[in-house]
Write a protein that binds this ligand. Sequence first.
Ligand code: 1CP
Length: 427
Amino acid sequence: MGAMAGLRCPVMQNTSLHIPMAVQKVSERRAGQRGCRESLGFVIIGSEKTQHPYMLAPGSQFDRKTLFLRACGGQTTDRAPVWMMRQAGRYLPEYRAVRLKHSFLEVCKTPELAVEVSLQPYRALGMDAVIVFSDILVPAEAMGLPITFGDAGPELPEKIRHRSHVDALRDFDPERDTGFLTEAIAQLCRVVGPEVPVLGFAGAPWTLACYMVDGSGRTGFPDTKRMLHAQPDLLRELLRRIARNTARYLQAQLAAGAAAVQLFDTWAGELSREDYDAFALPAVQQVVNEMHAGKAPVIYYSKASSHLLESAARTGATVLSVDWRVDMAELRATLLERTGRLWPLQGNVDPAVLYGAEPEVRTAVRLALAQTGGQAHVLNLGHGILPDVSVESARAFIQAGQMVTESAGAGGVAGAVVAAPIVPGSV
Ligand code: 1CP
C-alpha cells in the first residue's frame, strides 16, 4: 500500500504507532477544524477532565466506535476494526506488575484497578475497542458459588450436583452485587470518550454451567455431560437460571455505557449439534431475548464449533465470532444461502500465530481479512491471546489490521460474497 509511507508518531504514553500519510492528513484536517491538530487521530488517555476532540481510528475515516458499530451492523467500512480477546493479560508487563500487588479478584472488584488494566492494552497497542476487565465466573460468585483463582486457573469448590444446589442459587442484582463492573464500564467510557467502544461481556449459559458443575476447566467437563444425559431437566433448569441472571447482567453493562457485549461460549464445541440445539441454544436465545439489547450488537463467540454455526446463527446474536478452524468466506456463503443474510463475523487468527515472526503475523491478518473482504468483519484472534506471546507480536497483529484498507481487503477471495446485499443497520 502506498499509504505505508507514513511517519512514526509518538502515541499515548511510551509507544508509537505507524500512521499512514493519507490518514494523518485527514486526521490533521479534521482535528484542526476542532482546534486539536496535535491529536492526529489518536485518543489521548487522560484524566476524566480530558476533552475528547473528534478522533479518527488509524487508517479509517471513522472514529473507532462508529467503525466498530458499522462492522457489527453489516454496513460498509474502509477497514475492519480490530481488537483481541483477553487483550488485558499476562503478555503485558504492566499487567504482571499490577498482579504482583493485587489478586485477580481484587483487580476485578476494584473499579480503578479494572479500569487501569483494561486501558493497558489500549495504551500500548491502540486497538479499536476496549473490553472491560473481569471474568466470566464473576456472575457465578454473585449467584452464590465461591470462586478461587490460582495458577492452575479458576476453581469452584461448591459444585452443582442436585436440585437443592440449583434452588439455592441467588438471582443477583447487577447494580448491588456486581456494581464494581458497571462502575468500571462507566469510568472507562468517561476516560476513553464517546468515540471508542467499550465492550461488556459474560459467559454463555452452557459454558458457565460447565464451570459450575465440574468446578474447573481442567477436566473436559465430564460431570456436566453426565448431568446432561442423566438429569437433563436439572441441567435445563440450571441453564435457565444462569440465562435469566446473565440477561440482567448484560443489560446493566449496556446501561453503564458498553457499546456492545460479547457472550463467550468457549465450550460449545464440546456438544453435538443435537445436544447444542436442545440445551445450549435455547439458553443463549433466552439471554438475547431477555436482555433487550436494542441497537447494541451482541457478539456470540464459540470455539471449535464449525459443526454448530448454523445453529449459532439462530441465537439472536448480531455477530458470530469464530475460531481459526472456520473458513469465514465459506461460512458467510453458507449462512447467506440459509438465512438470506450477510452475517457480520468476528475472528479468527489462530492465537498461536503470534508465536511466529512478525511477517507471519501480518500474513495471517491479511489472509483472515481476505476471507471477508474486510467487510462486516471485526478482526480478532480465534481465541484469547496467549499469556507468553511477545508484545511486539500483539502490536504487529493490531497494526497489520489497521493497515489493511478497503482496497487491499476487498480484492480478497471473498469479494463475490461481499458483493451480496448487506442488511442495512441490522443490529
Ligand atoms: O492474572 C491471571 O493470571 C488470571 C488470568 C485470567 C485473565 C487475564 C483469567 C483467569 N481471566 C482473565 C480475564 C478475562 N477472562 C477476560 C478479560 C477481558 C479481556 O481482556 O478480554 C475475559 C473476557 C475472560 C473470559 C473468560 N474467562 C473465558 C472465556 C474466554 C476464553 O478465554 O475462553 C473463560 C473460559 C474464562 C475462565 C478463566 N478465567 C481465568 C482462566 C485462566 C480461565 C480459563 C480456565 C480454563 O482453562 O478453563
